[in-house]
Structure formats: structure tokens, C-alpha cells
Write a protein that binds this ligand. Sequence first.
Ligand SMILES: Cc1cc2nc3c(=O)[nH]c(=O)nc-3n(C[C@H](O)[C@H](O)[C@H](O)COP(=O)(O)OP(=O)(O)OC[C@H]3O[C@@H](n4cnc5c(N)ncnc54)[C@H](O)[C@@H]3O)c2cc1C
Length: 388
Amino acid sequence: MEHLYFTEEHNFFRKSLQDFLQKEVVPHIDEWEKTGTIDRSVWEKFGEMGYFGLATPEAYGGLDLDLFYTVIFLEELQKVNSGGFAAAMWAHAYLAMTHLNKEGNHEQKEKYLTPSAEGKMIGCLCITEPFGGSDVSGMRSTAVKKGDTYIINGSKTFITNGVYSDYLVVAAKTAPELGNKGISIFVMDRNTPGISATKLDKLGWRASDTGEIAFDNVEIPAANLMGEENKGFPYIMQHFALERLIMGINAHARSEFALEYAIQYMKDRFAFGKSISKFQALRHKVAQLTSEVEVCKTFNYVTAKRLNDGEYVVKEATMSKLISTKVADEVMYECVQFLGGYGYMEDYPMARLLRDSRLGPIGGGTSEILREIISKMVIEGKEYKPAT
Ligand SMILES: Cc1cc2nc3c(=O)[nH]c(=O)nc-3n(C[C@H](O)[C@H](O)[C@H](O)COP(=O)(O)OP(=O)(O)OC[C@H]3O[C@@H](n4cnc5c(N)ncnc54)[C@H](O)[C@@H]3O)c2cc1C
């Protein structure tokens, strides 16, 4: 199936990325998982290799490659076994940078997008609030125009790269009375007076800094508005298609990684005089799970191809995340079981995989919200269109 989507160049890229990750990332993962920080130098190395700019125009330091380079980037990141490290990288490259790329003007792109592609600046995307997670339009943060500035007040939570990033892409209400039609997007420097961040402790994704951020009378130039005022909601929604597909792809990739490890383990582990891979109770589970993962992967590749060809695949991307993250959770649960007591030990990869995978059905739209979206589309025939 791979040959339908990946050329020789793609395969070469995958191999060099694998080598890079083995050399520059894998030896440090355990330490970063413990400290919850990622060495700044590795961001720069990613930048030097061009990994952050795969989908960025050449004019802003990127490589402007097709989406299957991004698919490879995401898949291989899952295989270093740190959902947190992977999230820090893809949230920068595909949450913060996607908004800059699509809604940023030339000056904003020169100031933030180019250094982001080079790994010299790290970004984060701040949408979720303590009182507005699934209900994005319920956000309370405000941006009030005052002369040629905006004054931002409010708070955000659960923000990936929320503590150590250099700039923030922030959604706030410019016209609260208009509900979701009154949201705008801004970019701002981390060191702007009035911005403070606290690191959150969490179940998994431990290498990434998930932050709660407060904005206390933060004054930013009016020129930091991204795109048009009050268009923030459609901007956010249209990028959810990519974000959700990313999370679907991540899910099939980490499932493959877990199953590959578990199958090898089962071949090597003996009980009752034979390899545990010979027990039908386990074999059938492996057969079932590998089938489910393969179906997800095939669907995710088709969806990636359609997105790459310019289709607005909001329904399919939503389905991709809904199903692939569910399958991944089942895979992790069963793979812990395949390893017995060793599955529960931190010296083996499954414990972290289980923790990290659990975020799949929550972040970037919970499974319940995804089912809401899909049911509106398939029952009422609702259509979602990209922002114009
Ligand atoms: C580690 C981590 C990293 C994250 N990174 C980012 C980031 O970089 N940027 C960012 O902006 N956000 C980020 N998020 C936030 C994430 O997207 C939200 O947590 C998610 O959208 C859910 O919002 P909530 O936590 O407020 O849950 P709530 O909206 O409070 O939901 C609670 C429960 O109620 C259910 N529920 C809510 N509404 C409905 C409904 N209409 N029907 C049925 N059930 C419903 C939900 O499905 C869920 O089960 C991150 C979260 C985590 C945990």
C-alpha cells in the first residue's frame, strides 16, 4: 500500500529522519520525560534539517513539500516513544505555524514564520480556556482595540509549548456580543508585559510543557491581528481538519510501534514451554488489532491524499481521529497485557505508550465532540466550508 503514496524521495527522507531521530533524540528522551523540558539545541537541529518547514513556503525558509512528507514526519516522531516530545514538535510546526502560514501577513511571516521554520523560535496555539474547551465559542478572553493597539485579558489552559515557547498565537474575543462570530486571532511575543505561564503536571505527554497562561492587560500592536477581525472561529475550525488528521496519523503510527514491539516480545517470551506468541488467545488479539490499525492507516493515507489535493476533508479527518485514537487506546491496553508485569514497568515502552495515548480521544476535540460533528454531517447533511 505504501508505494501508492510514497516515492523513492519520500523513502529516502524517512530513512534520514529515522537516523536523525536515533542520533539526536532517542538518547535524550528519558531525561526529557523526567524534566519536562526539551533541549533548545534540538529545536535548532530540527530547523537546520528543514523538518519544521516541510509545509512552509520557500519564501519563508520552508521546503514547501507535499503532505506525505508531513505524514512521514508525524509517523517517525511517534516511534521515539515520547508522545510529549512528538507533541511539542508537531504543535509548533502544525498548530502555531499553520495559523501563521495561512492567516499571517508578510511582516508577521517574516518575523515569526521564518525563524519558526529555522527552529530559532518556538510557537504555541492558545485556544482552550478554563471555561471554554470543547465549547470554543464560550471563550472569555477579550481583545479590546485602543488606538493602534489591542489590550488582551483572560486566560488559556492546557497549552502545548505554553511555557517555553517564544511567541503565542492567541484566540480572543474582539466582539463578545457576537459569540463565535466575534473571535479574532493574534500573534504576540512571549516577553510582552502581562503574560505569565504556569507548567501543569499531567498523566502523560510528560516531555512537553503544557501550560496555563494568564493575560493581564497585555498591550500588543494592532498589527499583530492575524487575518481579519472576527474571523477567528472559521480560521480555527478549518485548521481542525489538519489537526485531527494529524492526531489520527499519530494514532496509527504509535499503534504500529507498540504492536511491533509487543510481537517481538511475545516471540521471545516463553511460558508453559513455548513462546507466548503461540497462544491462540494472544494471537487472535494481535490479528484483530493489526487489522484495525491497518484499516485506520489506509483511511488516513487516503484522507491525507485528498487533503493534499486540495479537498476540504473535515468529515474524514474527524472520523480519522475518532476511530484511530480509539483503536490506539485498545492497542496500548492490550500490549501492556501481552507484556504481563513487564508491561507495567517504566523500563519497558508500554507504560509510557499507554499514558501518552490516552490524550488521543481528548486533545484537539474530544471523541464526543467529534461524534457531534459527524452526526450533524451524516444525519442533517450539514456542510462545513473553509473560511474565505
Ligand atoms: C496535554 C494536552 C495538550 C493540549 N494542547 C492544547 C493546545 O496546544 N492548544 C489548545 O488550545 N488546547 C490544547 N489542549 C486542550 C484540549 O483541546 C481540550 O482539553 C479539549 O478540547 C477538551 O476541552 P476541555 O478539557 O475543556 O473539556 P470539556 O469541554 O470540559 O469536556 C469535558 C467532557 O464533557 C464532554 N462534552 C463537552 N461538550 C459535550 C457535548 N456537547 N456533548 C457531549 N459531551 C460533551 C467532553 O467530551 C468531555 O468528555 C490540550 C489538552 C491537553 C490535555
